[in-house]
Design a protein around this ligand. Structure first.
Ligand SMILES: Cc1cc2nc3c(=O)[nH]c(=O)nc-3n(C[C@H](O)[C@H](O)[C@H](O)COP(=O)(O)OP(=O)(O)OC[C@H]3O[C@@H](n4cnc5c(N)ncnc54)[C@H](O)[C@@H]3O)c2cc1C
Ligand SMILES: NC(=O)c1ccc[n+]([C@@H]2O[C@H](COP(=O)([O-])OP(=O)(O)OC[C@H]3O[C@@H](n4cnc5c(N)ncnc54)[C@H](OP(=O)(O)O)[C@@H]3O)[C@@H](O)[C@H]2O)c1
Length: 294
């Protein structure tokens, strides 16, 4: 068993459609329904649109809500018929921030994300009271270089990690690699380039930020972060990722997190395994932690 939380366990137990059809106990306001103890209702406080299919959203954070960077929240929306749809979303914000931030793709046919895309500031969402997930850096007991590999919105948990202080003290090098189809699908580049350019932070890690485009030629236009071309696994096979970062992939030093598209997670897991890296398990320390988004 990998150390990930499968989409099924993260979203529902039916294995297929990721919808919990939880009906409120009555037509009374949810705050007094029997399910109310499981979640709170929070207003949207800001919305940022990166492009028409990609957005970041902040909601108010309940004072009692706690999480570790890398974990995800389950958030819900009440449908017109009173049913609640729940989905898992990695938390982008850091534990010290007063809001919960999410980075979302809008799947045009998606039941949940298409609704989220129509929300306005002041509209409310439901948030389960307990964060979940095991994609957290404290699960690595050693290692020098942390490779945070993402496709698309799989970047979300890594933002939370680098906004937090602890990760910078745990590793000497942090490498974020983000694979997207086109440059318009990139989010958070300014924040990450800034953090990378400021690093190393007082006695802490150096951050390297690399993006890679898979369906658009790389123009060579000046950017304050690296822009490569091709899927992450191809960049590892060709040695271009090690070349771009100056960091070799070595059993003793390298630890990996894989997050986002499950095909990428599977391809990368197989590739890393062929290089001698192992999944990290609770009783058997290894090199790899994963989170599949669907
Ligand atoms: C642990 C966990 C954390 C997650 N964190 C995030 C997150 O931070 N941001 C986010 O946008 N989604 C995240 N997801 C996915 C999210 O829960 C929803 O599945 C997604 O927002 C789409 O919901 P939907 O109802 O609109 O479509 P669904 O019916 O849930 O999905 C329809 C299809 O859309 C595609 N899809 C789903 N999610 C994504 C995605 N993120 N990127 C590209 N294609 C996708 C898949 O092909 C999927 O089969 C996470 C999932 C899990 C299990
Ligand atoms: N991202 C957006 O802005 C946006 C906008 C509108 C709608 N959507 C919807 O969101 C969904 C897709 O979103 P997305 O582009 O963020 O996610 P995606 O399809 O998972 O693509 C993200 C990155 O993952 C790479 N990838 C896919 N499979 C891989 C594998 N096996 N190994 C290594 N890398 C792999 C892709 O490379 P390849 O290009 O080579 O596959 C791409 O670089 C679609 O439903 C789309 O309609 C997205």
């Amino acid at each position: 068993m990998p150390n990930s939380v499968s989409p099924a366990s993260a979203q529902n137990s039916s294995g297929g459609a990721a919808v919990d059809n939880v009906k409120p106990a009555s037509a009374a306001p949810i705050a007094v329904s029997s399910a109310a103890s499981k979640y709170t209702e929070q207003p949207v406080v800001s919305i940022h649109r990166w492009n028409e299919g990609l957005m970041s959203l902040r909601i108010n954070r309940d004072a009692a809500y706690s999480f570790v960077p890398g974990q995800f929240a389950r958030i819900g929306l009440i449908k017109e018929d009173g049913e609640i749809i729940w989905r898992a979303y990695s938390i982008v914000s850091a534990p010290h921030e007063a809001f919960l931030e999410f980075f979302l793709v809008v799947v045009p046919t998606g039941e949940f994300s298409s609704r989220v895309s129509k929300l306005n500031i002041g509209d409310t969402m439901l948030v389960e009271k307990h964060a979940q997930g095991f994609l957290t850096a404290d699960r690595f007991k050693d290692g020098r270089d942390l490779w945070l590999l993402a496709t698309g919105t799989g970047l979300a948990p890594y933002i939370s990690m680098v906004r937090d202080h602890a990760l910078w003290q745990q590793f000497e090098n942090i490498v974020i690699v983000l694979s997207v189809r086109e440059s318009s699908d990139l989010g958070y580049t300014e924040e990450l380039a800034f953090l990378a350019n400021q690093s190393p932070r007082a006695g802490g890690a150096t951050l390297k930020f690399v993006t890679t485009l898979t369906r658009e030629p790389v123009t060579g236009a000046a950017k304050d972060f690296d822009v490569l071309s091709g899927r992450i696994n191809s960049l590892i096979v060709s040695g271009k990722l090690e070349q771009a970062t100056g960091l070799p992939l070595i059993d003793e030093h390298s630890r990996f997190m894989l997050c986002g598209n499950p095909d990428m997670v599977e391809c990368m897991r197989a590739l890393l395994k062929s290089r001698g890296f192992r999944m990290n398990r609770r009783l058997e320390p290894g090199h790899i932690l994963v989170e599949n988004y669907w």
